[in-house]
Design a protein around this ligand. Structure first.
Ligand code: NDP
Length: 332
């Protein structure tokens, strides 16, 4: 008789805010994977995590010895949680070490990097997934269903906004972040546009907001609004910011509307429609996302949030920046 199935080992690369606050704790709840290793440039963090998660010394790496993870049978999945401009390098190094990879959003800074990442994973026969946790959130899944099944008639308009009231560190540095709030939080509106319509936008038109703090936002936009147009006349009006909290997704359809607000948070999402309230039990989005990826590996299936989805969003982000810089509508 077959024994219980082994949980897959995950190594988190970069022990910052998201790893510490969300992914590490989520890996205590996962059923099909667990935190087996860590990669960090900070000795103090490595010690702390080693104690908290009981990680054996042989599964603890810094960036210099990261490539030797290839010889570590405990690690099946490398999860890249680094500043955006480092994603491509570490995903490619993980693939070259024959590890399956999850990469945080945005997948990379350019589509050319995304192509290299997809090719490296495909050449190594490993799966690549992007950290799109909302594809496992019941409220966002319900909004996708209402749109797809035309429960309130065909979608006519989407209004989406995601903004933080503050940002600091590498997020303000274009070299490390690739851009401003669009790369970090605006990407959720771009991805939502795709999962609500099931289509790619035909064109985008973007406008940079006025900078209230020119020194702080020297290399990146402080805020941005943009419009995406889809076939059959659907439009998405979107905005993102690093100086104002915004977090909603509203969809108008032929016979009514539906919305979630906050829409993109880790929890506490609330939803309603033109005739009812949406209510679902709380789930740990990150645990669900990582378990789904582990199952995709175990059962040899496609991941729900593959590299190709990440690349498509990066392509749209690039077009939005081109439009912002030229003032022109950009066709995709
Ligand atoms: P943090 O700044 O909190 O952490 C980044 C970590 O990367 C650092 O703590 C450090 O870890 C490591 N690092 C290595 N080199 C550098 C460098 N040159 N500058 C700064 N950090 C470096 O960022 P977050 O955790 O908030 O974000 C990391 C990634 O996760 C981003 O791509 C972000 O978009 C994504 N993210 C996704 C979220 C989601 O909901 N899906 C939510 C939040 C973030 P160490 O000290 O261990 O080496």
């Amino acid at each position: 008789m077959a024994g219980p199935r082994r949980k897959l080992g995950v190594a988190l690369v970069g022990l910052g805010m998201y790893s510490t606050g969300q992914l590490g704790p989520a890996l205590k709840e996962t059923k099909h994977c667990y935190l087996a290793g860590i990669v960090s440039g900070d000795q103090g963090k490595r010690e702390k995590w080693k104690m908290e998660y009981g990680i054996p010394e042989k599964n603890i790496y810094d960036y210099k010895d990261f490539d030797s993870i290839k010889d570590n049978g405990d690690i099946d999945i490398v999860y890249v949680v680094l500043p955006n401009s480092m994603h491509a390098e570490y995903v490619i190094r993980a693939a070259n070490a024959n590890k399956h990879v999850i990469c945080e959003k945005p997948m990379a800074i350019t589509t050319s990097e995304c192509n290299q990442m997809i090719n490296a994973c495909s050449k190594a026969h490993v799966l690549l997934s992007i950290g799109y946790r909302l594809h496992f959130d019941p409220y966002n899944l319900e909004v996708m269903r209402l749109a797809k099944e035309k429960v309130y008639g065909p979608v006519t308009k989407i209004t989406a906004a995601h903004g933080l009231s503050k940002a600091d560190g590498w997020r303000l540095d274009k070299k490390l972040a690739g851009g401003g709030p669009l790369m970090d939080v605006g990407i959720y509106c771009v991805n939502a546009g795709r999962y609500i319509t099931g289509m790619e936008p035909l064109n985008v038109h973007a406008f940079e907001g006025a900078k209230r703090n020119k020194e702080k936002f020297k290399t990146i936009e402080e805020s941005l609004t943009w419009r995406m147009e889809y076939a059959s006349g659907i439009v998405a009006e979107c905005s993102c910011s690093y100086s104002e909290y915004q977090n909603h997704l509203h969809v108008d359809a032929g016979k009514g509307w539906f919305e979630i607000a906050p829409a993109f948070s880790y929890g506490g999402i609330k939803g309603k429609t033109s005739d009812s309230k949406l209510e679902f039990p709380h789930i740990n989005q990150q645990a669900a996302q990582m378990d789904d990826f582990a199952l995709a590996i175990i059962e040899n299936k496609r991941t729900r949030v593959p590299g190709e989805m990440g690349r498509q969003d990066v392509k749209i982000l690039q077009a939005i920046y081109t439009s912002m810089q030229t003032g022109q509508k950009v066709r995709l």
